[in-house]
Design a protein around this ligand. Structure first.
Ligand code: GDP
Ligand code: MG
Length: 422
């Protein structure tokens, strides 16, 4: 997949939200730090990354109908989408498209891809080769036109692109695509040539074709082309071949040259319209996001944790409550988050066993509790030696397991009392 490393890192950052108990400043800071790291690695501009982070942090404080976790995941998704230009670039038909760009960025290949894109949608398409610099360019585009099955115009050995354009009969097409010559760098000479062609053809779209491996340098290139030849949009090619594509994608979105298409391979079909929302959904794996949101809902809510904490403090709990609480803690991963919410809690020396409750143990306790009477559950103090043995044999556990549960309960109760007293 395109930019899969970026996708993986962003997904990892988001799953932190789902697994966390609370959305607090610590979590938001951690999340934004990870998003920053992921974006910087894909070569997104530092200033942009910093703006995005600020935006996420500011919006995280907004109130919303969603739970805080859902809201946060949503904010990240929306901000990333904004970052890429939000709405897809629209090209109205009929249209004349002039492809411009430096040597080797993929103009000619892209001309073929675009022709196929529009032909498949039932449009009448013409390809014109005006690159008079590279002798092979004529044959390259002619072959692509034949492969796609669209009309081709060009004059072998003609030196003036304007003559080539003028000789083509273009009145009957929905889409006319003009391939142009490149240079190693944007020279005054290239600017003049492009402007000369454009003066006669009056292109509706002047599309800059730029390779993704330029990374952040793409922004500068897009800006210079934009200033000199008035670029209307950009096609980023070779997104398949680099982890740095985040640079070109985001940089172009913020210049006044939005990304219209992306090239994701050498083959003629490896090309697609660029849709920021769809791109982010795929990058983050929308299926994965939904799973995350589900998980965020499933884990214990802040309200429930708070309630448990309060009852715990009052010493108003029986074995069933303890079990609930243990289960909640095992979902949270630790007691420390709960402790943070309750004043005074952190000063207590909490027994190690209470801090980390394993699934296995919880299961055993569940069995033990199923073998208890109502009275035993509500007043565990009444469970003496004989009863312990009965519960153990009834639940298929060792006496020791049942004792451990009772010890846990006694400890918790003691802690509750200490807190109440203190
Ligand atoms: P031009 O000089 O701008 O016309 O560039 P070309 O169209 O001749 O392409 C230069 C090279 O880039 C060729 O080898 C293409 O196959 C390759 N290329 C173009 N687009 C893509 C793309 O999206 N992905 C990959 N991997 N290669 C591409
Ligand atoms: Mg070419």
């Amino acid at each position: 997949m395109v930019l899969d490393k970026l996708g993986t890192s962003l997904k990892a950052a988001l799953s932190k939200i789902a697994n966390a108990l609370f959305v607090d400043d610590t979590l938001i800071n951690e999340l934004t730090r990870e998003i920053q790291r992921a974006l910087l690695q894909s070569d997104v501009n530092v200033q942009l990354v910093s703006d995005l982070t600020k935006s996420i942090k500011a919006r995280a404080k907004e109130t919303s109908r969603l739970t805080k976790k859902e809201q946060l995941i949503n904010i990240v998704y929306e901000e990333l989408t904004n970052f890429l230009g939000k709405e897809p670039k629209e090209i109205k038909l009929p249209t004349k498209i002039m492809l411009i760009g430096l040597f080797g960025n993929g103009k000619t290949t892209t001309a073929g891809k675009l022709a196929k894109f529009y032909k498949k949608r039932g449009n009448k398409v013409a390809l014109i080769q005006t690159d008079t610099w590279r002798p092979a360019a004529y044959e390259q585009l002619k072959q692509l036109a034949a492969q796609v099955g669209v009309d081709f115009y060009g004059i072998k050995n003609e030196k003036d692109p304007v003559n080539i354009y003028n000789s083509a009969k273009l009145s009957n097409y929905d889409v006319v695509i003009i391939d142009t010559a490149g240079r190693d760098a944007l020279s005054a000479d290239l600017i003049k040539e492009l402007n000369n062609i454009n003066n006669v053809m009056k292109a509706d779209e002047r599309i800059l074709v730029m390779a993704a491996d330029l990374g952040q340098a793409a922004q500068k290139q897009a800006e210079t082309f934009h200033k000199t030849v008035n670029v209307t949009s950009v096609i980023i090619t070779k997104l398949d071949g680099t982890a740095k594509g985040g640079g070109a994608l985001t940089a172009c979105a913020i210049t006044k040259a939005p990304v219209a298409f992306i090239g994701i391979g050498e083959k003629i079909d490896e090309f697609e319209q660029f849709n920021p929302k769809r791109f982010v959904s795929r990058l983050l794996g929308m299926g994965d996001i939904e799973t995350l949101l589900e998980k965020a809902k499933e884990s214990i809510t802040e309200e429930k944790a708070e309630d448990l904490g309060k009852r715990f403090l009052k010493g108003e709990f029986n074995l069933l409550d303890l079990y609930d609480q243990m289960q909640a803690m095992s979902k949270m991963g630790s007691l420390s988050k709960l402790a943070e919410m309750i004043p005074g809690f952190s000063q207590l020396k909490i027994p190690k066993e209470l801090l980390g409750v394993q699934e296995e143990k919880l299961k055993k306790w569940r069995f033990a509790m199923d073998s208890m009477t109502k009275q035993e559950l509500e007043e565990p103090e009444c469970i003496t030696g004989k009863r312990v043995e009965r519960i153990a044999s009834g639940s298929g556990l060792k006496v020791q397991d049942v004792r451990e549960l009772l010890k846990q309960y006694a400890q918790a109760k003691k802690m509750g009392k200490m807190l109440k007293g203190g």
